[in-house]
Design a binder for this molecule. Structure first.
Ligand code: NAD
Ligand code: TYD
Length: 359
């Protein structure tokens, strides 16, 4: 089905992958993005001449702007990615997380509800609001705990996770109280092309290429369940088309791995693609002060979306990581542009006081 989709945060990492996927499928997409430090129009440059893509620079919390865009473009679905997304930044300052993730999401839901109430019965029944959330709202698992699933209780531990949990509750309430056809998703850690290099995998790839220290927090034994971004976006596409309103779908890559193992694999791939006589990049690993409140383990049970929507990830961690390392090596201009003055200030703020050097 070709559809009109209103995508928030579509200039970011996952949003841009979703927008590219959906335009390629024949959908018409309206992207609303505030272009914060994490938003980058270069992520959508392939769509510059596309008649099926409209980019609007603005905030999800701007009710008048969102109302007018919805009235003009009359989308079949809103897919809401826009957020402040980095845990470490939320530890330094959470104000923008409350502003965007909580207040912004609430205002977006209100605008969606007002628009939805103008639709005829058939269009209103077809409409979807897909709220893209994270497994981090569930807190942290012990080594032998079963993975998170749709009925796991909320226990957010970081300011980022708390802000996402708060927005999930408003999204849920919009369905239960007002009938807005909301679907909430919780996905595990994404990786892939166009991820801002403040996050573990792209940071480590770029540092390894340049033979800079690889700052691993704590003992490096924290576990994440990695999913290739394209697989997450295919899950979201299936949810937009066939997901049931009021439902929650948890999406994971089935690839649990300790951080130190992820970093070692990145080192080995960079050694393979960019051989260096100075020796293996694993020697660059530097254990640094841990993140406060660092969740030990995340893992997702995706049985529901696999069963109900027939979704399954295509990439293994090995194949996805190989594609990802290659992408960063092949896009030096993208990398140079995102590592601006603001990026350098962040690196100094986050890593300056952590110490390190132990390998
Ligand atoms: P990102 O930080 O790369 O992109 C966020 C985008 O939102 C940017 O383009 C930014 O400019 C935009 N934005 C921020 N504030 C805005 C505002 N007020 N109005 C409009 N646009 C605004 O994030 P990402 O990694 O692509 O994550 C996208 C969504 O997926 C987030 O909601 C995140 O919580 C969720 N998620 C991410 C992961 C992950 O591993 N990255 C996993 C699960 C869920
Ligand atoms: P991150 O990519 O920030 O995702 P999240 O915190 O949302 O899971 O971090 C992934 C894991 O990598 C997490 O356990 C923290 C760890 N990490 C490091 O060890 N060093 C780093 O420099 C970064 C950014 C993350």
């Amino acid at each position: 089905m070709s559809a009109v989709l209103f995508v928030t945060g579509g200039a970011g990492f996952i949003g841009s992958s979703f927008v590219l996927q959906e335009v390629a499928r024949g959908s018409r997409v309206i992207t609303l993005d505030a272009l914060t430090y994490a938003g980058n129009l270069a992520n959508l440059s392939a769509l510059r001449d596309s008649e099926n893509h409209v980019f609007v620079h603005g905030k999800i919390g701007d009710g008048a702007l969102v109302a007018s865009l919805l009235a003009t473009h009359r989308p079949d679905a809103i897919v809401h990615f826009a957020a402040e997304s980095h845990v470490d930044r939320s530890i330094h300052s959470a104000a923008s997380f409350v502003e965007t993730n909580v207040v912004g999401s609430f205002r977006l839901l209100e605008a969606a509800r007002a628009y939805w109430s103008t639709l005829d019965a058939e269009a209103a029944a077809r409409f979807r609001f897909v709220h893209v959330s994270t497994d981090e709202v569930y807190g942290s698992l012990e080594p032998d705990d079963p993975p998170f699933c749709e009925t796991t209780a909320y226990a957010p531990n970081s300011p980022y996770a708390a802000s996402k949990a708060a927005s999930d509750h408003f999204a849920r309430a919009a369905f239960h109280t007002h009938g807005l056809p909301v679907i909430i998703t919780h996905c595990s850690n994404n990786y892939g092309p166009r991820q801002f290099p403040e996050k573990l995998i792209p940071l480590m790839i770029l540092n390894a290429v340049e033979r800079k220290p690889l700052p691993v927090y704590g003992d490096g034994r924290n576990v994440r369940d990695w999913i290739y971004v394209g697989d997450h976006c295919e899950a979201l596409g299936a949810i937009v088309r066939d997901g049931r309103p009021g439902e929650v779908y948890d999406v994971g890559g089935g690839a649990e791995m300790a951080n130190i193992e992820v970093v070692h694999r990145i080192c080995d791939l960079v050694d393979e693609f960019v051989p260096d006589a100075r020796g293996p990049r694993r020697a660059l690993v530097s254990f640094v002060a841990d993140r406060p409140g660092h969740d030990r383990r995340y893992a997702i049970d995706s049985a529901k979306i696999r069963r109900e929507l027939g979704w399954t990830p295509r990439e293994t961690f090995d194949s996805g990581l190989r594609r990802t390392v290659r992408w960063y090596l092949e896009h030096p201009t993208w990398v140079a542009e995102v590592r601006s003055g603001d990026y350098r200030r962040w690196i100094e703020l986050n890593y300056g006081a952590r110490g390190g050097g132990r390998t």
